[in-house]
Design a protein around this ligand. Structure first.
Ligand code: OAD
Length: 252
């Protein structure tokens, strides 16, 4: 079992509120590519061509088809030991807030109870005009027929419920994330390159507010020098080891 800092376990054992910011790295072991690692999504695709509203309006069929492809990948994936360890933490800590930049729905599917989605959720779609939720089967059928997916009520284009470049994050999610960062006794930053704001600010806010901040990432990031503990390992190894050490500490 990898080494877990004893002061992290002490802080977790005493914590009422733990918050965890997650990024694409926590889902890497479920087979979902990250964005910025070699071979990641932004190596293969240009975000300017696909992940913004102008690209969508220029070529809705292309962008809808790309999101349908990514939706299939996440639906075929399963939550991994890292997602499950965050669920297991709920047995020991009153309040565990998971703040995710991921759109893959894997924290919900693993069973986490409090999930804040900063960048939306790729499994949902809605009409750009009337904003009604769209039925995924209707969207898939249109794309398979080579048609742009349109709203059955108003004819508007259907878009994925994700935040694109140049768009605002959902204000309620940002508020919930900031409140959790302020209130957390222990704050984790897991599997994120910590370069996209406002998410990257959250560990800094948490530490200023007195939280013990832990980073879990096999690679260093701009955050790594400013944390209380840097666990340079995969989430699927580090997080279960932390939960196991906490289980043992609670038995003593
Ligand atoms: P990135 O692709 O930028 O970073 C993924 C991080 O995960 C890297 O720091 C890796 O070292 C780390 N990593 C890889 N495998 C891991 C593992 N098994 N366990 C733990 N960490 C691992 O992804 P994000 O930081 O999530 O935004 O990217 C943030 C945002 O940038 C995304 O939400 C997306 C993108 O543009 C939008 O689309 C709005």
């Amino acid at each position: 079992m990898p080494e877990v800092p004893p002061d992290l376990i002490d802080r977790l054992a005493a914590a009422d509120h733990v918050a965890a910011l997650t990024g694409a790295g926590i889902s890497a072991e479920s087979g979902i590519p990250t964005f910025r690692d070699p071979g990641g999504i932004w190596d293969e695709f240009d975000p300017q061509e696909l992940a913004n509203v102008d690209a969508f309006l220029d070529n809705p069929k292309l962008v809808q088809a790309w999101y349908q492809h990514r939706r299939q990948i996440v639906q075929e994936a399963e939550p991994n030991a890292g997602h499950q360890a965050l669920v297991a933490l709920e047995r020991h800590v009153d309040r565990v807030s998971v703040i995710t930049q991921n759109v893959d729905d894997l924290h919900h599917r693993a069973g986490s109870r409090r999930v804040v989605e900063l960048h939306g959720n790729i499994t949902r779609s809605y009409c750009m005009d009337c904003e009604r939720d769209a039925d995924p089967d209707t969207v898939d059928a249109a794309i398979q027929n080579g048609e742009p997916a349109q709203c059955p009520d108003c004819g508007g284009l259907i878009r994925p419920d994700v935040v694109w470049f140049g768009e605002m994050l959902p204000p309620a999610a940002v508020d919930a994330a900031r409140s959790a960062a302020h209130a957390a006794d222990v704050f984790f930053s897991i599997g994120t390159s910590a370069v996209v704001y406002p998410a990257a600010q959250l560990p800094v806010t948490a530490r200023q507010a007195g939280a013990y901040v832990v980073e879990v990432n096999p690679d260093r990031t701009p955050l790594s020098d400013d944390v209380d503990a840097f666990l340079q390992r995969e989430a699927g190894t580090a997080l279960p080891a932390i939960v196991q050490a906490l289980n043992e500490a609670k038995k003593e």
